[in-house]
Design a protein around this ligand. Structure first.
Ligand SMILES: Cc1cc2nc3c(=O)[nH]c(=O)nc-3n(C[C@H](O)[C@H](O)[C@H](O)COP(=O)(O)OP(=O)(O)OC[C@H]3O[C@@H](n4cnc5c(N)ncnc54)[C@H](O)[C@@H]3O)c2cc1C
Length: 472
Protein backbone atom coordinates (compact mmCIF):
# COMPACT_ATOMS: atom_id res chain seq x y z
CA UNK A 1 0.00 0.00 0.00
CA UNK A 2 1.32 3.48 -0.90
CA UNK A 3 2.22 5.60 2.17
CA UNK A 4 -0.29 8.34 3.08
CA UNK A 5 0.53 11.99 2.21
CA UNK A 6 0.96 12.73 5.94
CA UNK A 7 3.52 9.96 6.33
CA UNK A 8 5.42 10.99 3.20
CA UNK A 9 5.36 14.60 4.39
CA UNK A 10 6.80 13.56 7.77
CA UNK A 11 9.63 11.70 6.00
CA UNK A 12 10.35 14.68 3.73
CA UNK A 13 10.30 17.30 6.49
CA UNK A 14 12.47 15.27 8.87
CA UNK A 15 15.24 16.97 10.85
CA UNK A 16 17.36 13.80 10.78
CA UNK A 17 20.77 14.19 9.17
CA UNK A 18 20.91 12.26 5.89
CA UNK A 19 23.21 9.26 6.01
CA UNK A 20 24.50 6.80 3.42
CA UNK A 21 25.67 9.06 0.57
CA UNK A 22 26.00 7.00 -2.60
CA UNK A 23 27.67 8.41 -5.71
CA UNK A 24 25.49 7.28 -8.63
CA UNK A 25 26.33 9.73 -11.41
CA UNK A 26 29.24 11.54 -12.91
CA UNK A 27 27.76 14.94 -13.33
CA UNK A 28 24.66 16.88 -12.31
CA UNK A 29 23.89 20.33 -13.71
CA UNK A 30 21.69 22.74 -11.74
CA UNK A 31 20.04 25.70 -13.50
CA UNK A 32 19.75 28.75 -11.20
CA UNK A 33 21.61 29.52 -7.96
CA UNK A 34 18.76 30.70 -5.79
CA UNK A 35 16.99 28.81 -2.98
CA UNK A 36 15.95 25.76 -5.01
CA UNK A 37 19.16 25.49 -7.04
CA UNK A 38 21.53 25.88 -4.09
CA UNK A 39 19.72 23.34 -1.89
CA UNK A 40 19.45 20.86 -4.79
CA UNK A 41 23.18 21.26 -5.44
CA UNK A 42 23.91 20.52 -1.77
CA UNK A 43 21.87 17.28 -1.99
CA UNK A 44 23.44 16.29 -5.31
CA UNK A 45 26.97 16.76 -3.96
CA UNK A 46 26.33 13.48 -2.07
CA UNK A 47 25.44 11.60 -5.27
CA UNK A 48 27.46 13.08 -8.16
CA UNK A 49 31.20 13.22 -8.72
CA UNK A 50 30.69 16.80 -9.88
CA UNK A 51 27.87 19.35 -9.56
CA UNK A 52 27.82 22.37 -11.87
CA UNK A 53 25.50 25.31 -11.14
CA UNK A 54 24.73 27.78 -13.94
CA UNK A 55 23.38 31.17 -12.80
CA UNK A 56 22.85 34.26 -14.94
CA UNK A 57 23.46 36.82 -12.14
CA UNK A 58 27.03 37.46 -11.07
CA UNK A 59 27.37 36.41 -7.43
CA UNK A 60 30.39 36.62 -5.18
CA UNK A 61 30.20 33.90 -2.54
CA UNK A 62 29.74 35.32 0.93
CA UNK A 63 30.16 38.95 -0.16
CA UNK A 64 26.83 39.97 1.27
CA UNK A 65 27.53 38.97 4.85
CA UNK A 66 28.06 41.70 7.35
CA UNK A 67 27.64 44.68 5.09
CA UNK A 68 24.21 46.24 5.29
CA UNK A 69 24.84 48.20 2.11
CA UNK A 70 25.36 45.10 -0.02
CA UNK A 71 22.92 42.94 1.92
CA UNK A 72 19.93 44.73 0.53
CA UNK A 73 21.14 45.01 -2.99
CA UNK A 74 18.56 42.93 -4.84
CA UNK A 75 19.80 41.04 -7.87
CA UNK A 76 17.91 41.15 -11.18
CA UNK A 77 17.28 37.38 -11.26
CA UNK A 78 15.43 37.54 -7.92
CA UNK A 79 13.57 40.88 -8.04
CA UNK A 80 11.32 39.81 -5.13
CA UNK A 81 14.44 39.86 -2.93
CA UNK A 82 13.66 43.50 -2.08
CA UNK A 83 10.52 42.40 -0.24
CA UNK A 84 9.95 40.95 3.23
CA UNK A 85 10.87 37.23 3.28
CA UNK A 86 9.94 35.15 6.32
CA UNK A 87 11.57 31.75 6.72
CA UNK A 88 9.17 29.16 8.16
CA UNK A 89 10.42 26.81 10.91
CA UNK A 90 10.23 23.83 8.51
CA UNK A 91 12.68 25.59 6.20
CA UNK A 92 15.03 26.38 9.04
CA UNK A 93 15.01 22.71 10.05
CA UNK A 94 16.10 21.76 6.51
CA UNK A 95 18.86 24.39 6.51
CA UNK A 96 20.30 22.96 9.74
CA UNK A 97 19.90 19.46 8.34
CA UNK A 98 21.88 20.12 5.17
CA UNK A 99 24.28 22.68 6.60
CA UNK A 100 24.97 21.70 10.22
CA UNK A 101 25.24 24.75 12.48
CA UNK A 102 23.49 27.00 9.94
CA UNK A 103 21.21 28.74 12.45
CA UNK A 104 24.04 29.55 14.85
CA UNK A 105 26.12 30.85 11.96
CA UNK A 106 23.25 33.02 10.69
CA UNK A 107 22.72 34.53 14.14
CA UNK A 108 26.45 35.18 14.53
CA UNK A 109 26.37 36.98 11.16
CA UNK A 110 23.49 39.22 12.32
CA UNK A 111 20.21 37.37 11.67
CA UNK A 112 17.61 37.92 14.39
CA UNK A 113 16.18 35.22 16.61
CA UNK A 114 13.06 36.91 17.91
CA UNK A 115 12.17 36.75 21.56
CA UNK A 116 8.67 35.12 21.53
CA UNK A 117 7.36 38.06 23.61
CA UNK A 118 8.13 40.44 20.74
CA UNK A 119 6.28 38.40 18.07
CA UNK A 120 2.71 39.59 17.49
CA UNK A 121 0.10 38.13 15.17
CA UNK A 122 -3.06 40.11 14.44
CA UNK A 123 -5.97 38.57 12.60
CA UNK A 124 -8.86 40.86 11.62
CA UNK A 125 -7.76 43.42 14.19
CA UNK A 126 -7.49 40.94 17.10
CA UNK A 127 -4.19 39.98 18.70
CA UNK A 128 -3.84 36.18 18.53
CA UNK A 129 -1.91 34.02 20.99
CA UNK A 130 1.81 34.01 20.13
CA UNK A 131 2.92 31.05 18.02
CA UNK A 132 4.62 28.40 20.15
CA UNK A 133 8.40 28.64 19.99
CA UNK A 134 10.11 25.98 17.88
CA UNK A 135 12.43 23.82 19.99
CA UNK A 136 12.70 26.70 22.46
CA UNK A 137 13.34 29.26 19.75
CA UNK A 138 11.44 31.22 17.12
CA UNK A 139 12.31 30.97 13.43
CA UNK A 140 15.24 32.96 12.09
CA UNK A 141 14.52 36.44 10.69
CA UNK A 142 16.64 38.28 8.11
CA UNK A 143 16.40 39.90 4.70
CA UNK A 144 16.19 37.60 1.72
CA UNK A 145 19.59 38.53 0.14
CA UNK A 146 21.31 37.94 3.49
CA UNK A 147 19.82 34.45 3.88
CA UNK A 148 20.60 33.54 0.29
CA UNK A 149 24.20 34.73 0.62
CA UNK A 150 24.71 32.49 3.67
CA UNK A 151 23.27 29.47 1.85
CA UNK A 152 25.39 30.24 -1.22
CA UNK A 153 28.54 30.48 0.88
CA UNK A 154 27.91 27.10 2.54
CA UNK A 155 26.99 25.45 -0.78
CA UNK A 156 30.01 26.72 -2.69
CA UNK A 157 32.33 25.64 0.13
CA UNK A 158 31.58 22.02 -0.84
CA UNK A 159 34.49 20.63 -2.85
CA UNK A 160 32.64 19.07 -5.79
CA UNK A 161 30.27 22.02 -6.47
CA UNK A 162 31.20 24.72 -9.00
CA UNK A 163 29.24 27.79 -10.04
CA UNK A 164 29.56 29.45 -13.45
CA UNK A 165 27.72 32.55 -14.65
CA UNK A 166 25.79 32.56 -17.87
CA UNK A 167 22.34 32.42 -19.43
CA UNK A 168 20.88 28.94 -19.88
CA UNK A 169 19.42 28.65 -23.39
CA UNK A 170 18.05 25.14 -23.50
CA UNK A 171 18.49 21.46 -22.73
CA UNK A 172 19.58 18.59 -24.98
CA UNK A 173 17.43 15.48 -25.02
CA UNK A 174 17.91 12.00 -26.49
CA UNK A 175 14.85 9.87 -27.27
CA UNK A 176 14.63 8.87 -23.58
CA UNK A 177 16.43 11.38 -21.38
CA UNK A 178 18.14 14.71 -20.90
CA UNK A 179 21.80 14.60 -21.94
CA UNK A 180 23.05 18.15 -21.47
CA UNK A 181 22.48 21.87 -21.05
CA UNK A 182 23.25 24.72 -23.44
CA UNK A 183 24.26 28.11 -22.06
CA UNK A 184 26.04 31.33 -22.98
CA UNK A 185 28.76 32.19 -20.45
CA UNK A 186 28.65 35.82 -19.23
CA UNK A 187 30.74 38.05 -21.51
CA UNK A 188 30.65 35.60 -24.42
CA UNK A 189 28.34 35.03 -27.40
CA UNK A 190 29.33 31.42 -27.80
CA UNK A 191 26.85 28.70 -26.80
CA UNK A 192 28.54 26.06 -24.65
CA UNK A 193 27.12 22.57 -24.05
CA UNK A 194 27.63 20.88 -20.68
CA UNK A 195 26.98 17.13 -20.54
CA UNK A 196 24.77 15.98 -17.65
CA UNK A 197 23.42 12.77 -16.16
CA UNK A 198 20.83 14.76 -14.21
CA UNK A 199 19.53 18.32 -14.72
CA UNK A 200 17.66 20.35 -12.08
CA UNK A 201 15.52 23.28 -13.17
CA UNK A 202 15.76 25.89 -10.40
CA UNK A 203 15.00 28.85 -12.70
CA UNK A 204 11.99 30.11 -10.78
CA UNK A 205 8.36 30.71 -11.69
CA UNK A 206 9.14 32.01 -15.21
CA UNK A 207 11.21 28.97 -16.14
CA UNK A 208 11.18 28.18 -19.87
CA UNK A 209 11.60 24.43 -19.32
CA UNK A 210 8.05 23.69 -20.55
CA UNK A 211 8.72 25.53 -23.85
CA UNK A 212 12.01 23.70 -24.29
CA UNK A 213 10.31 20.33 -23.73
CA UNK A 214 7.59 21.15 -26.26
CA UNK A 215 10.18 22.40 -28.74
CA UNK A 216 11.90 19.01 -28.55
CA UNK A 217 8.66 17.05 -29.10
CA UNK A 218 7.88 16.28 -25.44
CA UNK A 219 4.86 17.59 -23.52
CA UNK A 220 5.07 20.52 -21.13
CA UNK A 221 3.55 20.01 -17.69
CA UNK A 222 0.07 21.49 -17.33
CA UNK A 223 0.21 24.95 -15.70
CA UNK A 224 -2.52 25.69 -13.14
CA UNK A 225 -3.05 29.27 -12.04
CA UNK A 226 -5.08 31.10 -9.44
CA UNK A 227 -5.27 34.86 -10.10
CA UNK A 228 -4.50 36.64 -6.81
CA UNK A 229 -3.48 40.15 -8.03
CA UNK A 230 -1.32 40.84 -5.00
CA UNK A 231 0.37 44.23 -4.49
CA UNK A 232 3.33 44.61 -2.10
CA UNK A 233 5.13 47.74 -0.88
CA UNK A 234 8.18 47.42 1.37
CA UNK A 235 10.50 49.88 3.14
CA UNK A 236 13.47 49.57 5.51
CA UNK A 237 13.85 51.56 8.74
CA UNK A 238 16.49 51.95 11.44
CA UNK A 239 15.36 49.96 14.50
CA UNK A 240 14.63 52.13 17.51
CA UNK A 241 13.63 50.66 20.90
CA UNK A 242 12.12 54.03 21.84
CA UNK A 243 9.49 53.45 19.15
CA UNK A 244 8.83 49.72 19.65
CA UNK A 245 10.34 46.46 20.95
CA UNK A 246 8.80 44.64 17.96
CA UNK A 247 10.79 41.89 16.27
CA UNK A 248 8.03 40.25 14.21
CA UNK A 249 4.50 41.46 13.46
CA UNK A 250 2.06 39.82 11.09
CA UNK A 251 -1.24 41.64 10.57
CA UNK A 252 -3.76 39.98 8.31
CA UNK A 253 -7.27 41.04 7.47
CA UNK A 254 -9.36 38.51 5.59
CA UNK A 255 -12.08 39.54 3.16
CA UNK A 256 -15.50 39.60 4.80
CA UNK A 257 -18.42 41.80 5.79
CA UNK A 258 -17.03 45.35 6.15
CA UNK A 259 -13.44 44.09 5.78
CA UNK A 260 -10.96 44.52 2.95
CA UNK A 261 -8.31 41.77 2.62
CA UNK A 262 -4.87 43.14 3.48
CA UNK A 263 -1.57 41.99 4.85
CA UNK A 264 1.13 43.79 6.78
CA UNK A 265 4.42 42.54 8.18
CA UNK A 266 7.37 43.85 10.17
CA UNK A 267 10.61 41.91 10.67
CA UNK A 268 13.62 43.00 12.70
CA UNK A 269 16.54 42.09 10.43
CA UNK A 270 20.34 42.16 10.37
CA UNK A 271 22.01 45.57 10.55
CA UNK A 272 19.64 46.72 13.34
CA UNK A 273 16.84 47.44 10.90
CA UNK A 274 13.13 46.78 10.46
CA UNK A 275 11.81 45.73 7.09
CA UNK A 276 8.13 46.59 6.81
CA UNK A 277 5.59 45.51 4.22
CA UNK A 278 2.03 46.51 3.46
CA UNK A 279 0.00 44.64 0.85
CA UNK A 280 -3.40 44.77 -0.78
CA UNK A 281 -5.24 42.99 -3.59
CA UNK A 282 -6.68 44.02 -6.97
CA UNK A 283 -7.19 47.80 -7.11
CA UNK A 284 -5.93 48.24 -3.52
CA UNK A 285 -2.37 49.04 -4.57
CA UNK A 286 0.15 50.82 -2.31
CA UNK A 287 2.39 53.08 -4.39
CA UNK A 288 6.08 54.02 -4.14
CA UNK A 289 5.09 57.35 -2.62
CA UNK A 290 6.19 57.47 1.02
CA UNK A 291 3.27 59.70 2.08
CA UNK A 292 0.88 57.09 0.69
CA UNK A 293 2.85 54.38 2.56
CA UNK A 294 2.60 56.28 5.87
CA UNK A 295 -1.10 56.99 5.42
CA UNK A 296 -1.86 53.32 4.75
CA UNK A 297 0.27 52.17 7.69
CA UNK A 298 -1.63 54.44 10.09
CA UNK A 299 -5.09 53.84 8.56
CA UNK A 300 -5.13 50.14 7.69
CA UNK A 301 -2.79 48.37 10.15
CA UNK A 302 -2.11 48.06 13.91
CA UNK A 303 -0.58 51.08 15.63
CA UNK A 304 3.05 49.91 15.45
CA UNK A 305 3.00 50.22 11.62
CA UNK A 306 2.11 53.90 11.76
CA UNK A 307 4.56 54.52 14.62
CA UNK A 308 7.51 53.06 12.72
CA UNK A 309 6.57 54.66 9.39
CA UNK A 310 6.17 58.11 10.94
CA UNK A 311 8.95 58.13 13.53
CA UNK A 312 11.76 55.74 12.54
CA UNK A 313 14.58 56.75 10.20
CA UNK A 314 13.76 55.44 6.71
CA UNK A 315 16.60 53.71 4.87
CA UNK A 316 16.04 53.88 1.11
CA UNK A 317 12.92 54.11 -1.00
CA UNK A 318 9.59 52.30 -0.86
CA UNK A 319 9.78 49.38 -3.31
CA UNK A 320 6.65 47.83 -4.82
CA UNK A 321 6.04 44.39 -6.31
CA UNK A 322 3.03 42.87 -8.06
CA UNK A 323 2.31 39.14 -8.28
CA UNK A 324 -0.54 38.26 -10.62
CA UNK A 325 -1.12 34.64 -9.69
CA UNK A 326 -0.26 31.54 -7.73
CA UNK A 327 0.76 28.75 -10.09
CA UNK A 328 1.80 25.13 -10.16
CA UNK A 329 3.17 22.87 -12.86
CA UNK A 330 1.84 19.33 -12.78
CA UNK A 331 4.99 17.32 -13.59
CA UNK A 332 3.59 14.30 -11.75
CA UNK A 333 0.82 14.01 -14.36
CA UNK A 334 3.09 13.87 -17.43
CA UNK A 335 2.67 10.51 -19.16
CA UNK A 336 6.06 10.93 -20.89
CA UNK A 337 8.82 12.41 -18.77
CA UNK A 338 12.45 12.49 -19.92
CA UNK A 339 14.86 10.61 -17.69
CA UNK A 340 17.30 12.65 -15.59
CA UNK A 341 15.13 15.77 -15.44
CA UNK A 342 13.98 17.40 -12.20
CA UNK A 343 12.36 20.77 -11.41
CA UNK A 344 12.36 22.35 -7.96
CA UNK A 345 11.17 25.44 -6.09
CA UNK A 346 9.10 28.06 -7.91
CA UNK A 347 9.76 26.27 -11.21
CA UNK A 348 7.25 23.70 -9.88
CA UNK A 349 4.94 25.87 -7.77
CA UNK A 350 4.80 29.45 -6.57
CA UNK A 351 2.22 30.59 -4.05
CA UNK A 352 0.72 33.76 -2.68
CA UNK A 353 3.80 35.08 -0.80
CA UNK A 354 1.85 36.38 2.19
CA UNK A 355 1.91 32.82 3.61
CA UNK A 356 5.73 32.65 3.39
CA UNK A 357 5.84 29.14 1.87
CA UNK A 358 8.10 29.61 -1.17
CA UNK A 359 11.63 29.25 0.22
CA UNK A 360 10.60 26.48 2.61
CA UNK A 361 8.95 24.57 -0.26
CA UNK A 362 12.19 24.81 -2.25
CA UNK A 363 14.07 23.37 0.75
CA UNK A 364 11.57 20.53 1.11
CA UNK A 365 11.92 19.77 -2.62
CA UNK A 366 15.64 19.25 -1.99
CA UNK A 367 14.69 16.77 0.71
CA UNK A 368 12.45 15.00 -1.87
CA UNK A 369 15.44 14.75 -4.21
CA UNK A 370 17.56 13.25 -1.46
CA UNK A 371 14.86 10.68 -0.55
CA UNK A 372 14.45 9.78 -4.23
CA UNK A 373 18.15 9.22 -4.85
CA UNK A 374 18.68 7.48 -1.52
CA UNK A 375 15.82 5.09 -2.37
CA UNK A 376 18.10 3.59 -5.05
CA UNK A 377 16.37 5.21 -8.07
CA UNK A 378 18.55 5.58 -11.14
CA UNK A 379 19.36 9.28 -11.79
CA UNK A 380 18.98 8.86 -15.55
CA UNK A 381 15.48 7.31 -15.42
CA UNK A 382 12.32 9.49 -15.26
CA UNK A 383 12.24 10.91 -11.72
CA UNK A 384 8.68 9.75 -10.94
CA UNK A 385 9.47 9.01 -7.30
CA UNK A 386 10.81 12.55 -6.92
CA UNK A 387 7.79 14.24 -8.50
CA UNK A 388 5.37 12.09 -6.46
CA UNK A 389 7.04 13.34 -3.28
CA UNK A 390 7.14 16.95 -4.54
CA UNK A 391 3.43 16.73 -5.23
CA UNK A 392 2.80 16.02 -1.53
CA UNK A 393 4.71 19.19 -0.57
CA UNK A 394 3.02 21.31 -3.26
CA UNK A 395 -0.46 20.00 -2.37
CA UNK A 396 0.10 20.84 1.30
CA UNK A 397 1.24 24.41 0.60
CA UNK A 398 -1.34 24.94 -2.15
CA UNK A 399 -4.17 23.81 0.11
CA UNK A 400 -3.23 26.27 2.87
CA UNK A 401 -2.71 29.27 0.61
CA UNK A 402 -5.50 28.78 -1.93
CA UNK A 403 -8.07 27.89 0.75
CA UNK A 404 -7.63 31.39 2.16
CA UNK A 405 -7.29 33.07 -1.26
CA UNK A 406 -10.59 31.61 -2.47
CA UNK A 407 -12.25 33.96 0.05
CA UNK A 408 -10.92 36.98 -1.87
CA UNK A 409 -13.75 38.70 -3.80
CA UNK A 410 -11.81 38.77 -7.10
CA UNK A 411 -10.79 35.07 -6.96
CA UNK A 412 -13.36 32.76 -8.49
CA UNK A 413 -11.58 29.43 -8.58
CA UNK A 414 -10.47 26.87 -9.36
CA UNK A 415 -12.28 25.37 -6.35
CA UNK A 416 -10.88 22.05 -5.12
CA UNK A 417 -13.14 19.09 -4.37
CA UNK A 418 -14.60 19.33 -0.83
CA UNK A 419 -13.94 23.09 -0.68
CA UNK A 420 -17.05 23.91 1.39
CA UNK A 421 -16.29 21.39 4.10
CA UNK A 422 -12.57 22.26 4.34
CA UNK A 423 -13.47 25.93 4.44
CA UNK A 424 -15.94 25.31 7.28
CA UNK A 425 -13.36 23.23 9.16
CA UNK A 426 -10.61 25.81 8.81
CA UNK A 427 -12.95 28.59 10.05
CA UNK A 428 -13.80 26.38 13.04
CA UNK A 429 -10.13 25.68 13.81
CA UNK A 430 -9.07 29.31 13.44
CA UNK A 431 -11.82 30.53 15.75
CA UNK A 432 -11.16 27.81 18.36
CA UNK A 433 -7.38 28.24 18.24
CA UNK A 434 -7.56 31.84 19.42
CA UNK A 435 -8.76 30.48 22.80
CA UNK A 436 -7.10 27.07 23.02
CA UNK A 437 -3.28 27.16 23.07
CA UNK A 438 -2.89 23.47 22.17
CA UNK A 439 -5.08 23.94 19.09
CA UNK A 440 -3.11 27.09 18.25
CA UNK A 441 0.09 25.03 18.35
CA UNK A 442 -1.38 22.33 16.08
CA UNK A 443 -2.67 24.90 13.59
CA UNK A 444 0.65 26.73 13.67
CA UNK A 445 2.55 23.51 12.92
CA UNK A 446 0.52 23.21 9.69
CA UNK A 447 0.72 26.84 8.58
CA UNK A 448 4.51 26.79 9.15
CA UNK A 449 4.80 23.55 7.10
CA UNK A 450 6.12 21.45 9.99
CA UNK A 451 3.06 19.16 9.75
CA UNK A 452 0.83 18.09 6.86
CA UNK A 453 -2.67 19.73 6.76
CA UNK A 454 -4.27 16.29 7.20
CA UNK A 455 -2.95 16.27 10.77
CA UNK A 456 -5.73 18.75 11.58
CA UNK A 457 -8.39 16.29 10.44
CA UNK A 458 -7.66 13.93 13.38
CA UNK A 459 -10.87 13.31 15.38
CA UNK A 460 -9.14 14.44 18.60
CA UNK A 461 -8.32 17.83 17.03
CA UNK A 462 -11.78 18.30 15.58
CA UNK A 463 -13.50 17.38 18.85
CA UNK A 464 -11.26 19.79 20.71
CA UNK A 465 -12.15 22.56 18.24
CA UNK A 466 -15.88 21.92 18.61
CA UNK A 467 -15.57 21.86 22.41
CA UNK A 468 -13.55 25.12 22.46
CA UNK A 469 -16.13 26.79 20.20
CA UNK A 470 -19.09 25.65 22.33
CA UNK A 471 -17.39 26.79 25.55
CA UNK A 472 -16.74 30.15 23.95
C1 LIG B 1 6.83 39.65 -3.06
C2 LIG B 1 7.29 38.28 -2.63
C3 LIG B 1 7.48 37.99 -1.30
C4 LIG B 1 7.87 36.71 -0.90
N1 LIG B 1 7.97 36.43 0.43
C5 LIG B 1 8.34 35.18 0.81
C6 LIG B 1 8.44 34.86 2.19
O1 LIG B 1 8.15 35.65 3.07
N2 LIG B 1 8.87 33.60 2.51
C7 LIG B 1 9.16 32.67 1.56
O2 LIG B 1 9.53 31.54 1.90
N3 LIG B 1 9.03 32.95 0.24
C8 LIG B 1 8.63 34.17 -0.15
N4 LIG B 1 8.51 34.45 -1.47
C9 LIG B 1 8.75 33.37 -2.44
C10 LIG B 1 10.24 33.19 -2.71
O3 LIG B 1 10.80 34.40 -3.17
C11 LIG B 1 10.42 32.09 -3.76
O4 LIG B 1 9.59 31.01 -3.45
C12 LIG B 1 11.83 31.59 -3.84
O5 LIG B 1 12.71 32.61 -4.19
C13 LIG B 1 11.93 30.47 -4.87
O6 LIG B 1 13.26 30.13 -5.08
P1 LIG B 1 13.71 29.49 -6.46
O7 LIG B 1 15.14 29.16 -6.30
O8 LIG B 1 12.77 28.42 -6.84
O9 LIG B 1 13.50 30.62 -7.57
P2 LIG B 1 14.06 32.10 -7.66
O10 LIG B 1 14.39 32.63 -6.33
O11 LIG B 1 13.08 32.86 -8.48
O12 LIG B 1 15.44 31.98 -8.46
C14 LIG B 1 15.54 31.59 -9.80
C15 LIG B 1 17.02 31.67 -10.17
O13 LIG B 1 17.22 31.20 -11.50
C16 LIG B 1 18.05 32.11 -12.20
N5 LIG B 1 17.72 31.98 -13.62
C17 LIG B 1 16.49 32.13 -14.20
N6 LIG B 1 16.56 31.90 -15.52
C18 LIG B 1 17.86 31.60 -15.79
C19 LIG B 1 18.56 31.27 -16.98
N7 LIG B 1 17.95 31.20 -18.19
N8 LIG B 1 19.89 31.02 -16.90
C20 LIG B 1 20.54 31.08 -15.70
N9 LIG B 1 19.92 31.39 -14.54
C21 LIG B 1 18.60 31.64 -14.59
C22 LIG B 1 17.70 33.46 -11.59
O14 LIG B 1 18.69 34.44 -11.82
C23 LIG B 1 17.56 33.09 -10.12
O15 LIG B 1 18.80 33.12 -9.46
C24 LIG B 1 8.10 35.71 -1.89
C25 LIG B 1 7.92 36.00 -3.23
C26 LIG B 1 7.49 37.27 -3.60
C27 LIG B 1 7.25 37.53 -5.06
Amino acid sequence: MAPSPSRLFAEISTAERPGGARVVMRRAVVLGASMAGLLAARVLSDHAEEVLIIERDPTVPGSAIGSSEIDNEPRPGVPQGTQVHGLLPAGQIQLDRWFPGFTAEAVAAGAVFPDPGTVRIHLNGTLRPSPPPMGGNSALVSTRPFLEALIRRRTLAIGNITLVTGQVKGIDLSSTRVTGVRYTPTGSEEVVTEAADLVVDGMGRSSKLGDWLEGAGWSAPELKRMPIKLNYATALFRRDPAISDTSVVVAQTTAGKGRVARMGGINAVEGDRWIMLIAGYGGDRPSRDFDDFKTRCRRDFPQVFGDIAERAERLGEVITYHQADSRRREFHRLSRLPGGLVAAGDAVASFNPVYGQGMTSAMLHASCLSAHLRSGASPTEPARGYFDRVRVVVDAAWQISTQADLELPHVDGPYPRGYRITSWLSDLLFAASSKDLELNARLNAVTTMVEHPLSLARPSTLLRAVRATLLR
